[in-house]
Write a protein that binds this ligand. Structure first.
Ligand SMILES: [Zn+2]
Ligand SMILES: [Zn+2]
Length: 350
C-alpha cells in the first residue's frame, strides 16, 4: 500500500509526498492516523525559527489514530480498532529509557531519521503510518481524536509538575495562558492546588475562565496585590513559567513567597529568554528551581488516562480543525499569536 504525508522541505514550504509502505514487522502496529495537532516545534520550524531540526522534516508528533493491523508479536496489549496516541520512538535499554525518560533516549533522536533514511521526524502528518507497538498508548474510543492528540503535551506537563511538592495547600501561579499554560494550570488544579493564571492575552484568559481557571492580566498594574488578595495575603508557593520570555522568568521571582518557593521553568523560548538571579538570592530565599522537558512513559500513560476519563478537558484548547489538504492554512492559523492548538484531520471519520 501507499501512504501520503506532508514534510517541510524548507522555510515556509510544506510538500506532499507518497511512498510505499513496507510490510509490518512482528513488533509493529499500523495505524490509520486520524488527527495531528500542530505543535510550536512544527510551526516554528516552518517559520524558520527552529531550522536546526533539519530538512526535510516529516513533522507532527501530537497524533492519534486507529489500529488497523498488527505484527504477530504485539500480543493482546493492542487490538484492531483500538484508538491510540503516538509516543516517541525509543530504544528501551539505555540509561534514560531505563529511568523511564524515553524522550531522552540516548540511542534514538526524538526528531531524527528514525523512520526513514530520507526524512527527519515521526510522520504525524501522514494518513497511515506504522511504528513499534511500544510507541503507542491506548485511548478511550469515546475521546475525540484531536483531543487524544493532547497526550504528548499533557505528558510533559505531568512530568514537570510531578517534580514539585504540590498539594491542596499550594498556591500556584502559572505565567502564560497559552495552550501549555492552561494545561499546566488544569493539571495543578486536578492535584487540588489553588491556581491563578497570569496572562496578557484576553481571548486566551477567557478560554481559561471557561475551564473554571482564575486569571489575572499583568497589564493591570496592581496584579501583584490582586494575586496576594486571592492567595489569602500571600504570594505564590509555586510559579510555573509557561511563557518563553525574560519578563515571564522575572515575574516568577517577583510573585513567589520569600522562602522555600518552587519555580518550574516549563517553556522554551526563541530567542533565548534570560533570567537575572544572583546566587545570594537563591541562597537566602532557599529557592527551588526546576527545569521541565520531556516525559516518561508513565506520564504518557497517565495523560492518556486523564484525557480518556475526562479528568482534563482540552476541548476548548482546539482552536480549529483543518482538512489534510489544507495544511498550509492550518500552519498559518497555528502560527498566529491568538491561536490554541490547530488540529489537522488526516482521515475523515465514517
Ligand atoms: Zn508537542
Ligand atoms: Zn533509550
Amino acid at each position: 500500500m501507499k501512504f501520503n504525508f506532508y514534510a517541510l522541505t524548507k522555510k515556509n514550504k510544506i510538500e506532499l509526498f507518497s511512498r510505499d509502505m513496507s510490510a509490518i514487522e512482528d513488533d509493529e502496529i499500523l495505524v490509520k492516523q486520524m488527527a495531528c495537532n500542530i505543535c510550536t516545534t512544527d510551526y516554528q520550524q516552518w517559520q524558520g525559527k527552529r531550522e536546526h531540526q533539519g530538512y526535510p522534516m516529516a513533522g507532527g508528533h501530537e497524533c492519534a489514530g486507529i489500529v488497523v493491523a498488527k505484527g504477530k508479536n504485539v500480543g493482546d496489549s493492542f487490538g484492531i480498532g483500538d484508538h491510540v496516541a503516538i509516543v516517541y520512538d525509543y530504544c528501551g535499554v539505555c540509561e534514560s529509557c531505563k529511568k523511564g525518560y524515553i524522550t531522552n533516549c540516548e540511542n534514538i533522536d526524538q526528531f531524527g531519521k528514525n523512520y526513514s533514511s530520507e526524512f527527519y521526524g515521526i510522520f504525524g502528518f501522514a494518513d497511515y503510518f506504522k511504528r513499534k507497538a511500544k510507541s503507542f498508548v491506548k485511548l478511550s474510543k469515546k475521546l475525540d481524536f484531536s483531543e487524544g492528540a493532547f497526550v504528548e503535551p499533557l505528558s510533559s506537563v505531568i512530568a514537570g509538575i510531578d517534580k514539585l511538592t504540590i498539594n491542596s495547600e499550594s498556591n500556584v501561579i502559572v505565567i502564560g495562558s497559552g495552550t501549555m499554560g492552561i494545561l499546566n494550570a488544569l493539571y495543578a488544579k486536578s492535584l487540588g492546588a489553588n491556581v491563578i493564571i497570569l496572562g496578557t492575552n484576553e481571548k486566551k484568559n477567557k478560554v481559561a475562565n471557561r475551564l473554571s481557571l482564575d486569571t489575572i492580566n499583568p497589564k493591570d498594574c496592581s496584579y501583584k496585590d490582586l494575586i496576594k488578595e486571592k492567595f489569602n495575603k500571600k504570594l505564590a508557593d509555586i510559579a510555573i513559567v509557561a511563557a518563553g520570555s525574560s519578563s515571564a522568568n522575572q515575574q516568577s521571582l517577583d510573585l513567589t513567597k520569600n522562602y522555600d518557593a518552587q519555580i518550574l521553568f516549563y517553556a522554551a523560548g526563541y530567542p533565548k529568554p534570560e533570567l537575572k538571579v544572583d546566587s545570594n538570592m537563591i541562597h537566602y530565599r532557599r529557592l527551588n528551581m526546576y527545569g521541565a522537558y520531556g516525559s516518561k512513559l508513565y506520564d504518557f500513560n497517565r495523560a492518556a488516562d486523564l484525557l480518556s476519563n475526562n479528568s482534563i478537558n482540552v476541548k476548548p484548547l482546539i482552536e480549529a480543525k483543518y482538512k489534510f489538504s489544507d495544511i498550509d492554512d492550518a500552519f498559518k492559523k497555528a502560527a498566529t499569536k491568538d491561536s490554541f492548538r490547530v488540529s489537522l484531520i488526516l482521515n475523515e471519520e465514517k
